[in-house]
Design a protein. Structure first.
Length: 658
């Protein structure tokens, strides 16, 4: 059930939109099996053979994991564009060092809605389990000694630890969802739920009535399948929602040991289910790269059709998983040459293989990052005033600025100056550029799409003199007075910060407030696109009215294009022909929202600047214009190109300050 749900979910089968809960089922099973073995050892011998435990775990999970990780790395080097390969190989390095989940948490990865996921992303759950396996034997031994071998006391201690982890998970999910999703402290309760089932079964004195056992087992199955069918990418997860599949799995295991007549044991024990269970670990490992590598080969702009994902992620994955199980998992799980010797042979071998793989991947990262990239001839510098439509360049010119390698770091200096807040920070910034007593003050307010315009506004201030810029920007937090969703949760931290900034600007109004906003936010309580635009326009008008009422002029800048995959990475795939990387204007822009914003801004007394004509043509939005790279990632302009647009932005600024 666990692996089947995950595989079907990743293949895009529509009736399991919450199939990702299969991983939660895995966690409970793992916690149950490992804890049961450890408890038997503790009750029998009063101790744990740590070396034997770690050696068995290494032989059980690492051979297949390392083989798939290594083969995936080779495929990444061959198939991925250079810039994309460097990022993914970083994921590979974290994987072989047992911390992929930590890397994904740090990168703020959205597992449920990442449109360009890593082929190593599924390894996050192995990272959680490996870290749990490392710590749990020691913790369980300490709890066992603390409980003085009394089962009930030990149960209470484990339950307390699980409850603390669950509370942390519930609290952190709406605030910092990637951390709650990927990290061990907020996922440990799921493994500990399995441990509790193990100790309860060992302490149980008599069996339950067959009817109770059958009903309990089927209830557990229904809870798991219900979560898979009812949950989706919009579910706030893990949080409270994860309790449903975890509790369901615990019920299936707890009542399933009785094999009660009429219970789910018979259905779960048929040969096809047994076979999938047998190869489940290998199937989990191979199915995801089989989906991601071909997708990278055809490009993210052309999603694989359902028939292809089913063929790759299910039909082809199952026989490949069996081969991995038969020739890698099984022979290396308990090889006679190792089991006859001390566990240190396994542990030293594991350390050696880990080091070799890590060094190999590190070398691959170095090679990919320094691999020379072909370029075309140099092109003439762009004209002083941006052209409309922009002059697209269909190859990477020798004088491209910024270079593809530097694109990601071509960002406003707000970031280096610590003037752009992260999602959890709510204080009002005190960042002023230029003379604080300048006669003209401009405030830049909003999310990162406001922050991206800082280079042009800074250029304007330097050209005109006696202009100071105050910046108030926060990640994923628009100036528009509407509650947006961050990782499927209402972004209340944004609402509080926005209100505080508006209050600050109203109390000490600058001459001009400028803001722009990411155009694709999901709004709390709004599902329909038409309603979303209406609510957004009303929120924008509310912000503009509040600021203009205090005496400030307000300039709203239309949003810039949003691509489905990174333009710099796309360009690096074929530097001599980048025409395929251009964005279809109808897809990368929400022009209906732009029109709604313009109307709402005008009605509220503000000015509106739409610079799209200098960024996009009539049908496409090029990624290279003249000698400049336009985008640093999927939805932000490079600071170089923003600075180039300053003359076009200066006109509406002058009109409002005149």
């Amino acid at each position: 059930m666990a692996v089947g749900l995950v595989v079907l979910y990743h293949a895009g089968i529509p009736f399991v939109p919450g199939g990702y809960v299969g991983v939660d089922v895995f966690f409970v099973i793992s916690g149950f099996l490992i804890s049961s073995h450890l408890l038997e050892s503790l009750q029998r011998d009063g101790r744990v053979s740590f070396a034997q435990f770690y050696a068995r775990r290494a032989r059980r999970i690492l051979p297949a994991s390392f083989v798939v990780a290594a083969l995936t790395a080779v495929a990444v080097v061959v198939v991925y564009p250079p810039l994309g390969a460097e990022r993914v190989l970083g994921d590979a390095l974290a994987t072989v060092l047992y911390v992929p989940n930590v890397r994904f948490a740090i990168e703020n990865t959205d597992y449920l809605a990442d449109h360009s996921p890593s082929p190593y992303q599924h390894y996050w759950s192995l990272g959680v389990e490996e870290q749990f396996y490392l710590l749990w034997p020691v913790v369980l031994l300490l709890l066992f000694l603390l409980a003085r071998r009394r089962g009930r006391t030990l149960t209470v201690l484990i339950a307390t630890l699980a409850l603390a982890s669950l509370v942390a998970c519930v609290i952190l999910t709406p605030v910092q969802q990637p951390a709650a999703f990927f990290l061990l402290p907020t996922r440990a309760w799921e493994l500990l739920a399995g441990a509790l089932v193990g100790i309860l079964l060992q302490e149980r004195r008599r069996a339950h009535p067959p009817g109770v056992a059958a009903a309990g087992g089927w209830m557990g199955v229904a809870m798991i399948l219900g979560a898979a069918a009812l949950f989706s990418e919009a579910t706030v997860f893990p949080g409270f929602a994860a309790i449903l599949p975890v509790a369901g799995t615990a019920l299936v295991i707890y009542f399933g040991v009785q094999s009660a007549p009429g219970g789910p044991t018979a259905a779960l024990s048929v040969r096809p289910m047994q076979f999938l269970g047998l190869i489940s670990y290998s199937l989990y490992l191979v199915h995801w790269p089989l989906l991601l590598i071909p997708q990278a080969a055809v490009g993210d702009s052309r999603p694989l059709p359902l028939w292809a994902t089913v063929l790759l992620g299910v039909v082809l994955a199952i026989p490949l998983a069996y081969l991995l199980y038969r020739w890698v998992e099984t022979p290396l799980r308990a090889p006679a040459a190792l089991t006859r010797r001390r566990p240190r042979v396994t542990l030293l071998g594991t350390a050696a293989v880990t080091a070799v793989l890590a060094l190999g991947i590190w070398a691959a990262i170095g090679w990919v990052s320094t691999r020379p990239m072909p370029t075309g001839e140099a092109v003439a510098a762009a004209p002083d005033f941006p052209s409309s439509p922009p002059a697209a360049t269909d190859f990477v010119p020798a004088n491209l600025t910024p270079s593809l390698e530097d694109a990601a770091t071509d960002i406003p200096r707000l970031y280096a100056d610590d003037c752009h807040h992260d999602t959890g920070v709510e204080t009002v910034q005190d960042c002023v550029y230029g003379a604080a007593d300048a006669p003209v003050r401009i405030a830049l307010f909003g999310d990162s799409h406001s922050a991206q315009w800082f280079p042009a506004i800074d250029e304007y201030a330097q050209e005109h003199g006696e202009v100071a810029i105050s910046t108030f920007t926060k990640s994923s937090c628009p100036a528009v007075s509407a509650t947006v969703l961050d990782k499927n949760s209402p972004y209340t931290s944004c609402d509080r910060w926005r209100d505080a900034v508006i209050e600050h600007l109203v109390a000490d109004p600058p001459e001009l407030v400028i803001f722009s906003s990411y155009a694709w936010y999901e709004l709390a309580g709004v599902d329909d696109d038409t309603e979303r635009r209406e609510v957004w326009a009303a929120g924008l008008a509310s912000t503009v009215r509040a600021l203009t009422a205090s005496g400030s002029e307000v300039l709203v800048i239309a949003d810039t294009p949003r691509f489905s995959s990174s333009p710099p990475a796309c360009v690096s795939a074929d530097p001599l022909d980048v025409s395929a990387c251009a964005g279809d204007r109808s897809l990368v822009l929400d022009e209906a929202l732009t029109r709604a914003e313009a109307a709402a801004t005008a009605a509220a007394g503000g000015g509106f600047a739409d610079l799209t004509e200098y960024i996009c043509g009539a049908a496409e939005c090029p990624v290279i214009v003249d000698d400049m790279l336009v985008y640093r990632d999927v939805n932000h302009l490079t600071s170089t190109y923003v600075r180039y647009l300053e003359p076009a932005l200066a006109e509406p600024i002058d009109a409002l300050l005149r």
